[in-house]
Design a binder for this molecule. Structure first.
Ligand SMILES: *[C@@H]1O[C@H](CO)[C@@H](O)[C@H](O)[C@H]1NC(C)=O
Ligand SMILES: *[C@@H]1O[C@H](CO)[C@@H](O)[C@H](O)[C@H]1NC(C)=O
Ligand SMILES: *[C@@H]1O[C@H](CO)[C@@H](O)[C@H](O)[C@H]1NC(C)=O
Ligand SMILES: *[C@@H]1O[C@H](CO)[C@@H](O)[C@H](O)[C@H]1NC(C)=O
Ligand SMILES: *[C@@H]1O[C@H](CO)[C@@H](O)[C@H](O)[C@H]1NC(C)=O
Ligand SMILES: *[C@@H]1O[C@H](CO)[C@@H](O)[C@H](O)[C@H]1NC(C)=O
Length: 470
């Protein structure tokens, strides 16, 4: 507070300790400025709590801000803004959690053929939006989908034949697939329960095991049922891939229902996973705290929205990229600079503290995936048929003949040694084993400028091959 009154005649006038001269000789300026600042912070806090949308509007008026409509769009607005339609499906996982699936409807698809269903499962701390936001785009009245290239004066790129656009959800819907976007429990579109209060510790007491055994299983059964198919296709990124490997290891019969399974950043073993910011804290202490206090993690969704809107200001652009780089290795060079706010708004969108604790447990166990450890013999026994040690997920059990993996040699969250180990543990032949060039990061598989030509084109090829010669 001491030197806050910049209008003071002499800085020494403002020293705390001599209250009377501070007020009088400073012509009360320090006092007034302090009061003004206090009022301003009160107003900001008040607006943050009660007029959040208005505050965001003000931030977007600041000079140097390039506000893009996608930044604050939700999944439904994103889909409609491109000219597609959607259906929202709520399903009960069997124990009260309500998962929201969003289906993209292509209004130009002919209704008499049943398009093959493809289920897209996002990774840790993101949500179904991740598949839709890489570029702006639209579906024209001939049913052709285009995207605008921000680096080339929004030049139009058509998604057809060998020219593949960059937002996978729209690429697949445009090409006649029946696209379903998953949202795991606890993420922004799946926060409801039939009986539990969503602010209770009970609601947030779930680990990756629950996402696998309850959410993923019931989701697959639901989509198969809705589409009248014996099997559906699945694309999972990062934790989304891990979940499917875990399911196929634990319930090998699901191999018959998932064809093909395309794993982008095929996380399974985690011996060399680099945690960036999380490395600042001792891992075992962090694991313990996260496990003892089950809750939403993180708890500051509104701050992320605020941050993402600030990121649209030229002043914060590089800082926001540095933040994304720390989180998941995202590279400035592989990104569309103006879209950083959209990316920031769609990561760190919520999960449970147990989800994080579960990852830490696996990392501390030399990267061997295993079930959640309650560190309590009785609780472990209850969950694991009397076994007091959390059982491992064993990739040798997987019997699917329809797995494709796509990975990058620079992925800090999915090291090459761990991918090699996965390949050597799998007892099945891979449908595709595709290593990307050395300029695609972990999240770059979804959000790189080259995602269309490098990744999505390959995915379309794998699906085309599968559906033409099953
Ligand atoms: C963004 O939204 C505003 C208000 O709905 C609209 O006027 C504007 O044209 C939109 N911009 C783009 C690029 O779509
Ligand atoms: C693009 O694919 C369509 C069928 O989807 C085909 O009719 C057309 O000839 C192809 N065009 C080129 C240039 O390959
Ligand atoms: C949550 O689920 C319950 C029970 O299905 C339902 O009555 C309620 O409307 C839902 N709430 C929200 C916000 O979706
Ligand atoms: C779908 O679910 C309904 C009711 O839940 C059931 O009667 C029907 O047999 C299921 N259909 C398929 C194809 O599994
Ligand atoms: C990444 O590398 C590929 C192949 O080496 C190249 O075609 C592409 O332009 C590069 N992309 C970026 C953003 O540097
Ligand atoms: C996985 O199962 C195989 C046999 O099916 C066994 O040899 C191996 O030790 C198991 N691995 C782990 C980590 O349990």
């Amino acid at each position: 507070m001491a030197n806050i009154g910049v209008e003071c005649e002499k800085s020494s006038d403002c020293k705390i300790g001599n209250k009377f001269s501070y007020l009088s000789s400073c012509k009360k300026c320090c006092f007034v400025v302090t009061i003004l600042l206090a009022i301003l912070s009160l107003i900001l806090t008040f607006m943050f709590i009660f007029f959040f949308d208005f505050l965001i509007k003000i931030i977007n008026l600041a000079p140097g801000t390039t506000h893009l409509n996608d930044t604050n769009r939700n999944i439904f607005e994103l889909i409609e803004s491109r000219g597609f339609q959607y259906e929202s499906h709520f399903l009960n996982t069997g124990n009260g959690y309500i998962i929201q699936l969003v289906r993209i409807i292509n209004p130009y698809s002919s209704s008499d053929i049943l398009p093959p269903p493809v289920f897209l499962q996002h990774g840790f701390q993101t949500n179904g939006n991740q598949w839709l936001i890489n570029r702006n785009g639209y579906l024209d009245t001939n049913g052709d989908y285009y995207e605008m290239d921000p680096d080339n004066n929004d030049e139009l790129i058509i998604d057809k034949n060998e020219s593949t656009c960059s937002s996978l959800g729209f690429v697949l819907a445009n090409r006649g697939y029946d696209v379903w976007l998953g949202n795991y429990r606890g993420s922004i579109y799946s926060t409801n329960h039939t009986t539990l209060d969503i602010h209770s510790a009970e609601f947030w007491s779930f680990s990756i095991d629950n996402l696998v055994d309850e959410d993923l299983k019931s989701t697959i059964d639901y989509v198969r049922n809705m589409t009248n198919r014996k099997s559906i296709s699945y694309v999972g990124h990062s934790q989304g891939a891990f979940m499917m490997f875990a399911l196929l290891a634990k319930h090998p019969e699901y191999s018959d229902y998932i064809r093909p399974f395309i794993a982008l950043a095929p996380v399974f073993y985690m011996s060399k996973m680099e945690l960036g910011l999380m490395n600042l804290f001792p891992m075992s202490l962090m694991e313990k705290l996260l496990r003892i206090y089950p809750r939403e993690f993180p708890m500051f969704r509104k701050l992320i929205i605020l941050l993402s809107n600030c990121c649209e200001n030229i002043l914060y652009n590089r800082i926001c990229f540095a933040y994304l780089h720390l989180l998941n290795g995202y590279r400035y060079e592989e990104s569309y600079k103006d879209r950083v706010g959209i990316y920031v708004n769609n990561i760190v969108t919520g999960s449970s503290s147990w989800n994080v604790a579960h990852f830490l447990q696996i990392i501390m166990a030399n990267g061997q995936p295993r079930h959640f450890d309650f560190f309590d013999d009785q609780l472990n026994g209850q969950h694991y048929d009397g076994r007091i040690r959390a059982p491992e997920y064993n990739a040798s059990n997987i019997r699917s003949q329809h797995i494709a993996i796509v990975y990058s040699p620079i992925d800090k969250l999915n090291a090459m040694v761990d991918i090699e180990k996965l390949k050597s543990t799998l007892n099945v032949k891979l449908m595709d084993d595709y290593m990307l060039p050395e300029n695609v990061s972990h999240i770059g598989m979804i959000w790189s400028k080259d995602a269309g030509q490098l990744i999505n084109k390959r995915i379309v090829q794998i699906l085309t091959r599968y559906y033409n010669e099953p």
